[in-house]
Write a protein that binds this ligand. Sequence first.
Ligand code: NAD
Length: 443
Amino acid sequence: MLQSSLPRYFGEEESFNIVNQMTAILVGAGARGRFVYGAYAKKYPEEVKIVAVAEPDKERRELAAEEYGLSSDQLYDSWEQVLSISRKADVAVISTQDRMHYAPTMKALELGYDVLLEKPMSPLPGEVIAMAEASRRYNRLLTVSHVLRYTPFWSKIKELILSGSIGRIVSIQLSENVGYFHMAHSFVRGNWNKSEETSPMILQKSCHDMDILSWLMDDRCIKVSSYGSLLHFRKENAPTSSTPRCTDGCAVERECPYSAIRIYEEDEKNEWNRFITNNVTPDGVREALQSGPFGRCVYHCDNNVVDHQVVNMEFQNGPTASFTMSGFSHDMSRTVQIMGTLGEIKGYMEKNEIVFYPFGKKMIEIPVAVEAGGHGGGDEGVMREFLKQARKENGIDNQGLTSAEASVQSHMMAFAAEESRLNGGNSVAIEEMNRRYTHSSCS
Ligand SMILES: NC(=O)c1ccc[n+]([C@@H]2O[C@H](COP(=O)([O-])OP(=O)(O)OC[C@H]3O[C@@H](n4cnc5c(N)ncnc54)[C@H](O)[C@@H]3O)[C@@H](O)[C@H]2O)c1
C-alpha cells in the first residue's frame, strides 16, 4: 500500500504544541523561496527561523537579509558555499530551479539536514531514484513540495475515499486547466518554457497531478500512454501585424488576450508583477516588459514545451485514470471526477466545490474549509507538516505525506508519459522504467 496518512484539516482549529523553534537554511531565494517559505518563516516565527540564505542574485540576497534579519555572515552566494561547511540549522529548504535540485539535496542530506525540496525532484529519473535512496541511507527526511496533498480540498476527497463511501475506485478523470495567462507567463515567456533547460511540462507542471492520482488511487501505476504537442504558441500562428514585443506598438495588442501589457500592467490585482521584476513600480514593470522575457509576444518566444497533453494510466489492481493538461482555460483550476462502485465524486478545486453522488441516494454537497495562501492552502500546509515531521511530532519513523519515496512513483509516471508522447503514444511500463534507472548513472 502506498502512503495514505492525512494531514489535519487546515480549516479546523490548529493548536500547535511547539516544542522548539526549528532553524532553517534557505537555498534559492527566488519566487518560491521568498514568497512561500520565507513568507512562512515571517508569519510563523515561533515555528521556524531562517538563519542562512544562499542566493546568487545580490538584490534578492539583500531583500532576504532585510526580511529575515540576517547579517552578512549569514548570506551566501550559492548553495555550494552554504553546504561546504558543517550543518548550520535543523532543516534545509531547497527552492532552486528544477535542474539544480539534485546536487544541493544530496549534499544537504549528507550533512544531516532534513530537506524540504521543491518539485519536480529532478528532470532525470536516475537522480530521482538516487535522492530517495540517499534520504534512506542518511536517515533524513526528504519531503517533496507536492502542495496539493496538503490542501483541505484534496484532503477532503481523500477522506471520502478512505471512508468507503464510493466503494472501490474504478476510474478517475483529472484535468489540469493551466489558465491561458499562466500558460503564457510560465510556459511560453517564462522560466519553464524550454524542457531542456527545466523539465518537460508533464513533469514540471503536472507532476502534482501524477502525485494526486497516485495518492487517490492508493495503487501502483503500471502502464502509461500519452499524446500532446505545442499546438498554438508558435511563430506561424503570429498575427501578421504583431511585433516581437507587446510594447513595440503591436497593432493587435489591444485585442490579444495574451498581451503582456494587459497581464502585467493593467491587471487590477497585480498578481504577476512580482514575478517579473524586483522593482514593482510602474516604471520598473514597463522596463521589465521592454527588456526582459515577459514583454515578448507569445508567438515570438523561444518556447518548446507542450501546451496540451493527455495521459492514460492503468493501475495494478485494475482501475484506470485519464489526465488532461491544457493551457487553454479561463481560470487556473483542477477538476476531477472519481467514479467508484458505490458512488461518484466531482470536484472543482478553485471553487472549493466537492459534490458526492451516492448511487441510488440524493447528492450531497461536501463543505470544504477555505484556507488562505497559495495553492489552496497547500503552500503553507507543506511547510507546516514538514516542520512537524522534522520535530518528530508524528513519530520518529514517519516520513510524511509527500516523502521522496512516495514521489518516486509519481515522477516515474511523468517520465513514462513523456517517453510515450515522444514515441507516438506507445505504452510504457513503469516497472521497466524503474529497472532501467535504478542504479543507473543518474540519467
Ligand atoms: N511546489 C509548487 O507548487 C511549485 C510552484 C512553482 C514553482 N515550483 C518549483 O520551485 C522551484 C523554484 O521556482 P521559482 O519560481 O522560485 O524560481 P526562481 O528562479 O524565482 O528561484 C530560483 C532561485 O534560485 C537561485 N539560484 C540560482 N543558482 C543558485 C545557486 N547556485 N545557489 C543558490 N541559489 C541559486 C536563483 O537566483 C533564483 O533566485 C522550481 O523547481 C519550480 O519548479 C514549485
